[in-house]
Design a protein around this ligand. Sequence first.
Ligand code: NIG
Length: 380
Amino acid sequence: MSLVVDNIGLLVTNDPGLGRGPLGTIEDASVVVEDGVVVSVGRRGQAADERIDAAGRCVLPGFVDSHSHLVFAGDRAEEFTARMAGTPYDGGGIRVTTEKTRSSATSELIDLTAQRVAEARRSGTTTIEIKSGYGLNVADEVRSLEVASTFSTETTFLGAHLVPAEFEGRTDDYVDLVCGEMLEATAPLANWIDVFCERGAFDADQSARVLDAGRAAGLGLRLHANQLGHGPGVQLAVEKGCASVDHCTYLSDDDVEALAASDTVATFLPATDFSTRQPYPDARRVIDAGAQVAIASNCNPGSSYTTSLPFCVALAVRDMGMTIEEAVRSVTVGGARALRRPDLGRLTLGSAGHAVILEATSYHHLAYRPGVQLVAQVIG
Ligand code: NIG
C-alpha cells in the first residue's frame, strides 16, 4: 500500500543535498511512502494508492523525542508552585513520584502512559524514548519497562535515577543492586541504560560502574549530567562513548571541547530549564564548537511536565541562541542521532515515512507562534 502526501507548499527533507539550506527544503513537493518507508521525494503531483492533500502547508519529518520519563503516577503540581515562589529544584521529588508509581496498578500506568504518548503525538512526536526510573526496585523497574515497551522500541533502564528511601545513606549498596539483579531483570526490556550523574544522585565513579555494567549487558549508553551545576558528567559521557549526554545546562570550556571532539550528542532539555528556573544552556557556543546537538522534552512530573517539542523549539530560538533551522534539526535529525537511528528525522529515500503537516506555510511558525497548536496531521 502506497501513500502520497501531495501539494506540499514547503517540504523539510533535512537533506541539504536534496533542497535548499540546512533543512534541504523543496517547494511544491510531494512525498511517496510505501510500507512505512519513503520511496520518492519529488515535485507535486506524484501518484500512489492513497493521497493526503497538504493544501500548500509546510511538511516536516516527524519529531524524535530522545528523552522522556513517561511511566509514572501522580503529579507534583505543588512542587512546581513552590518552585515558582522560590524553592529551588533539587531532584528530591523523584522519591515522591516513586512512591506513587510503586503503589499504582499496572493498568493505571499503562493508561497514563498511553495518554502521554497520544499527547506527544498530537504535537508532532512520532518517536519517543521512554525511561524507567520511578520504580527503583527490581519488580517496579521491570514493570515500568514492560509498560514503556508497549509504546516504544526506544526504552531506557534508569534504575540509577535516585537512591530510594530504603537505601538512604547506602548509595554504593544500591549501585550494587542496579548493576546486579536489577540490570539482569531489566536488560531484556531495554536497549539503553542511563544514570543521573549529579550531586545528590550518583557521583562519577558510581555512574561509571552503572554504565560499564550496562554496556556489558549489551545496552547502549546515555547520561543525565550537568543539570544543576558543573560536574564530571559530560566528560564521563564522552569517555564512555555515550550516544547522548542530556541536560548540559552548565558546561565548562573543557566540556564543550570534549563534546566537539566526540560522537556524543549534547541533548538540551529547555522545558526543564523553563520549569525549574535554571539558566538556559548556551547552545550557540556548543554548536559553534562543532558538537552534535539535539533537543528533547524530558517529559516528567517534576522538572518538565510537557510533551511538546514545538514549545522546546520556541524556547531554543528565543533563549538558547539557536536559529529556527538549528532548532528544527535538533528535534528531528538531532533526536535521531541521539538515539542512533539514521532512519528517523528525515524525509529522504529509505527513511521512515513519519511526517508532520503544520497548520502553517512555514516551519518558522513553530517559534513564531509559541503555545499554539500548529500540528494539523501526523503521519506514520
Ligand atoms: O531529567 N534529573 C533527573 N531526572 C529528571 C527529573 C525527574 C523528577 O524530578 O521527577 C530530569 O529532570
